[in-house]
Design a protein around this ligand. Sequence first.
Ligand code: COA
Length: 177
Amino acid sequence: MIVRRELPADQAAVRAVIAAAFTRDGTDPIEARLLDELRADSGWLPQFSLVAVDGDEPAGGEIVGHVVCTRGRVVGAAGETPALGLGPIGVRPDRQGQGIGLALMHAVLGAADALDEPLVALLGSPAFYGRFGFRRSTDFEITPPEPDWAEYFQIRPLTAYAPTPGVFRYAAPFEGL
Ligand SMILES: CC(C)(COP(=O)(O)OP(=O)(O)OC[C@H]1O[C@@H](n2cnc3c(N)ncnc32)[C@H](O)[C@@H]1OP(=O)(O)O)[C@@H](O)C(=O)NCCC(=O)NCCS
């Protein structure tokens, strides 16, 4: 398995992986539609859309996981600071629990750090994301977009991080969830 940037030809397979990872009742999950809307949004950052690929490329490669970060911001008294919002992340159900999510997370965090992003924010299980250095956003004086999310809204500060108290705002498509 390798992790690399998504290419234009991967889009349908990526959507299928995300839809399969999040399907609960057979209907198209909200996360797949969110991905469609993020792609069309000004906050889409192609350098942070990564795929996990099984097998030999280009002939036999198969996409088994995907992660993306899009442009968010921390809005505080001193103005707006660009930041990244992570998600959705998904691994094909038959390949979950085999380290693919771990590889995608490390790859996207390494890319964000290398490209001088200050922080990555996400909503998710502290049990899963704590291992990547995520902590409650309120530890960094960053308020979640929705106050009810406090327990699950987390921040991973990167090398370029500097304290910027404020409210985190995702790319616009997240607002419609
Ligand atoms: C969450 C997800 C991306 C993780 O990818 P994965 O390839 O299955 O995870 P890995 O095999 O790399 O797991 C690494 C570790 O995380 C744990 N883990 C996986 N998903 C977890 C979750 N939702 N909560 C807590 N721990 C989790 C695994 O048990 C494993 O821990 P261990 O090494 O101590 O046993 C994947 O399971 C998935 O697509 N789930 C459905 C969609 C989803 O919930 N996405 C995340 C929304 S926030």
